[in-house]
Design a protein around this ligand. Structure first.
Ligand code: MN
Length: 201
């Protein structure tokens, strides 16, 4: 049976300060992300036992549990390198991504305003995403509820921005807008550009 493992953060826990605190990063990575890894592995184990006839399962419940936890793990694995330490992140994108954003959104500022709106208005727990949708061959913004609802099939994640309260509440309390504003200071544009380069022909 194949299992998932928690990847290490690509920088120190305090590397995103003052925008995102060491306490948030430590809990978010070591507890929350680890929880999704454990949850996905537990669901995989149940599926494995069910195939061997060792366990009676509610297949719908397990697949829902698996989808939630596996997507939670995968999105967090994309989220950590979406950010970069102070001095290396933030600012404006370059490369192909800058051209594609200008072409699909009109300008970087228009993209940023729409992405911030999407971030601030996720209902409950979820994500704001920049994805490349290959059927219409364009970048679009999407909102994912929980980790897996409203997913757009085949789309490649260019930027995933975690809007679950665990990613900001300890530092920003109820002011999600302030977290969204601060988050732009740690975006890793070169990672985003590299992801786009892998999917655009
Ligand atoms: Mn999270």
């Amino acid at each position: 049976m194949k299992t998932y493992t928690l990847p290490p953060l690509p920088y120190a826990y305090d590397a995103l300060e003052p925008h995102i605190s060491k306490q948030i990063m430590t809990l978010h990575h070591d507890k929350h992300h680890q929880g999704y890894v454990n949850g996905a592995n537990a669901a995989m184990e149940k599926l494995d036992k069910a195939r061997k006839g060792e366990l009676q399962v509610d297949i719908k419940a397990i697949l829902r549990d698996y989808g939630f936890n596996a997507d939670g793990h995968i999105l967090h694995s994309l989220f950590w390198p979406n950010m970069a330490p102070a001095g290396k992140g933030g600012g404006n994108p370059g490369g192909r991504l800058a051209d594609q954003i200008n072409s699909d959104f009109g300008s970087f500022d228009k993209f940023k305003a729409q992405f911030s709106d999407a971030s601030k208005t996720v209902e409950g727990s979820g994500w704001a995403m920049l994805v490349y949708e290959p059927v219409s061959e364009q970048l679009i913004i999407s909102q994912i509820e929980k980790h897996n609802l409203n997913h757009i099939a085949q789309s490649a994640v260019i930027i995933a921005s975690d809007q679950w309260e665990h990613s900001w509440y300890l530092q920003y309390l109820n002011d999600r807008a302030k977290y969204v504003e601060a988050w732009w200071n740690v975006v890793n544009w070169s990672e985003a550009d590299a992801r786009l380069g892998k999917v655009v022909k």
